[in-house]
Design a protein around this ligand. Structure first.
Ligand SMILES: Nc1nc2c(ncn2[C@@H]2O[C@H](COP(=O)(O)OP(=O)(O)OP(=O)(O)O)[C@@H](O)[C@H]2O)c(=O)[nH]1
Ligand SMILES: [Mg+2]
Length: 301
């Protein structure tokens, strides 16, 4: 039997559903998902098996017009993910269509995807009437020579199998890159930090989720089979710390509870999670914070 293995990068505007699709393909929650834009910050790999083919999906941060150093590093990471891939899947949202943001991505694709196979996935088709998809498909294909167009709902699973089968065939021949039963290659301490950041993002409003970062500082395996995990949430301002803690510490307690529950489910055992909030006015300009996130600090220049 010939085996195949390769990389498929998922790119698109923030909120397009890239992480949802990766999780669906992998069959487990490897990458965090929220209803807010700019949830994913770094490249996250998830491994899916399809027959004799191994597809390594690369989830990327959304592509948008960056302002801050962190934004620039995120966008650079996204294009870096595309540059290394065998196939690029551009996700767009069916109900939003060909937005200005999508146009900007198409222009960049022209330069950055030379020689790569690029397919279009129109996502969230559960939100529109089927009739509207034809025109969108035409407009998109008039603007860029996609090899194929798929209509999917990453959340409901519609069309996901077709896309996976096509990608399985498109992967180059070669030995598998990961053991057959491996689904992710993110270290556990990073997955744990991401889970906490997801719960914070879901609970906090406006700019706050974009002004914080979570790091796992200590991870201790205990003799009773449980794990003690200590994490730090860095914020830039005193006021943010107050909001994060909430009245009588109720906000941070709720976040910690939700994160712990998900971690326990993911790990299949008991976890003791301790969160500490630290004010660090300059964290968005610190190289170490970026390497902890899996981002290249220099890309933010
Ligand atoms: N109705 C509907 N919602 C979806 C679908 N796929 C994803 N979503 C929702 O869209 C929102 C964004 O999903 P994500 O997977 O976080 O999007 P993303 O592209 O990874 O976003 P960033 O990480 O911010 O770039 C979430 O609320 C998802 O539940 C879909 O097929 N249908
Ligand atoms: Mg994402």
């Amino acid at each position: 039997m010939t085996t195949r293995a390769g990389f498929t990068a998922l790119i698109g505007e923030p909120n397009a559903g890239k992480s949802t699709l990766l999780n669906k393909m992998v069959g487990a929650k490897v990458s965090i998902v929220t209803h807010k834009v700019q949830t994913t910050r770094a490249r996250i790999r998830g491994v899916a098996m399809a027959g004799e083919s191994q597809i390594v999906f690369v989830d990327t941060p959304g592509l948008f017009r960056p302002r801050r150093r962190l934004d620039r590093a995120m966008v650079a990471a996204a294009w870096g993910g595309a540059a290394d891939a065998d196939v690029i899947v551009l996700l767009i949202e069916a109900h939003r269509g060909k937005t200005d943001g999508v146009d900007t991505i198409l222009t960049s694709l022209g330069e950055k995807a030379v020689g790569r196979r690029v397919v279009l996935a129109i996502n969230k088709i559960d939100r529109v009437e089927a009739a509207s998809l034809l025109k969108l498909t035409e407009d998109m294909n008039a603007a860029y020579p996609f090899e194929r167009t798929f209509m999917i709902s990453a959340e409901k699973g519609y069309g996901v199998e077709d896309l996976r089968d096509w990608l399985a065939e498109a992967m180059p021949e070669g030995p598998w890159l990961y053991p057959e039963d491996q689904i992710a290659d993110l270290p556990m301490r990073m997955i744990a930090a991401e889970i906490t950041r997801e719960k914070l993002t879901l609970r906090l409003h406006e700019e706050l989720p974009y002004q914080l970062t979570v790091e796992t500082e200590h991870w201790n395996e205990r003799e009773d089979g449980t794990a003690r995990i200590d994490q730090v949430v860095y914020v830039a301002r005193d006021g943010h710390k107050g909001i994060l803690l909430g009245k009588g510490g109720e906000t941070i307690k709720a976040v910690s509870k939700a994160a712990r529950a998900e971690l326990e489910e993911f790990m299949g055992r008991r976890v003791h999670l301790f969160l500490q909030v630290k004010v660090r006015p300059n964290w968005l300009e610190e190289a170490e914070r970026y390497s902890e996130m899996g981002l290249d600090f220099r890309d933010g220049n």
